[in-house]
Write a protein that binds this ligand. Structure first.
Ligand code: AMP
Length: 282
């Protein structure tokens, strides 16, 4: 695996790949890699000749008072994990390389950014859209792989790629979980031992919601109450939102359609965790 930090170096490598007909799959990340990220790398390897991963903690997607400064960074471990999982190019630019001056361009997908996390994190998906577009423009991969854990992010990226006719195929891989059901996340490292134990309530709430759908429940507000009431059984958890929405529009749909996305954001102390589950209704 080679590690590049400069856009010009990536471009040269991309030109070479283009000349040789090598297909690239890109896995964009913010580092502090866990097995969920590695699953994306492994999936990417089945979809192209080379897997490139980016590690960049993107400042433009963090709001004031969010965890940009304390976001976990461990490039040495990331490097070893990526090399061991078959990644061929690690792109780890500095902030100055990605943003030599404050960007004047703003990208927004307002229809998909107004609900769920977007309603509580103004500007977040604009920052995601900008950095993903830049990474795609820099690396020009044929395939880009994202995780379903960040469902709204994947929806924004898909729409961005479609509307801007970006020449890349977007693949969304399933959420990888710990043995007790907690979705893997770089932010899990923030959790105290008690909060880590309590955080399993997200998956249990989603399971309750999915079971309610299986039992015939079709009312979105009732499903939301079902999620929220399970979260409320955990005293350490503070619910941010519990939603049952259309998985494509991310907007409320009542009664639910043929597929419903159950989504949660829950605080444990200063740490905000998200999780979701797609349920086939029919
Ligand atoms: P992040 O580094 O958290 O920005 O995530 C980089 C990519 O990994 C995104 O596409 C995430 O959706 C994906 N990802 C994060 N956690 C998981 C997980 N537990 N399972 C699968 N993909 C994940």
């Amino acid at each position: 695996m080679i590690e590049l930090t400069r856009i010009a170096e990536i471009r040269a490598r991309r030109d070479e790949a283009f000349r040789l007909g090598t297909r690239i799959a890109l896995v964009p990340t913010m580092g502090a890699l866990h097995d969920g990220h590695i699953t994306l790398v492994q999936k990417a390897a089945t979809m192209a000749d080379e897997v490139w991963a980016s590690v960049f903690v993107n400042p433009t997607q963090f709001g004031p008072g969010e965890d940009f400064e304390r976001y976990p960074r461990d490039l040495e471990t990331d490097r070893a994990r990526l090399a061991a999982s078959g990644c061929t190019v690690l792109f780890a630019p500095t902030t100055a390389e990605m943003y030599p001056r404050p960007p004047a361009v703003a990208l927004d997908v307002p229809t998909l950014s107004s609900s769920l996390c977007g309603a509580h994190r103004p500007g977040h998906f604009g920052g995601v859209a900008l950095v993903v577009t830049k990474l795609l423009a820099i690396c020009l991969p044929q395939v880009a792989v994202f995780g379903a854990k960040d469902w709204q992010q994947a929806a924004v990226v898909r729409r961005l790629v479609e509307d801007l006719n970006l020449p890349v195929s977007v693949h969304v891989a399933p959420t990888r979980r710990e043995a007790d059901g907690l979705a893997m996340s770089s932010r899990n490292s923030y959790l105290s031992r008690d909060d880590r134990r309590a955080a399993t309530v997200l998956k249990r709430a989603l399971d309750d919601g999915a079971a309610a759908v299986s039992a015939g429940e079709r009312s979105a507000p009732t499903l939301e109450r079902c999620l929220a009431s399970r979260v409320a059984t955990e005293p350490r958890a503070r619910l941010h939102y519990a939603a049952a929405v259309d998985p494509d529009t991310l907007l409320p749909r009542d009664p639910v359609g043929p597929r419903v996305l159950l989504a949660l954001a829950v605080h444990f102390g200063d740490t905000r965790l998200i999780d979701n589950c797609l349920v086939e209704v029919a």
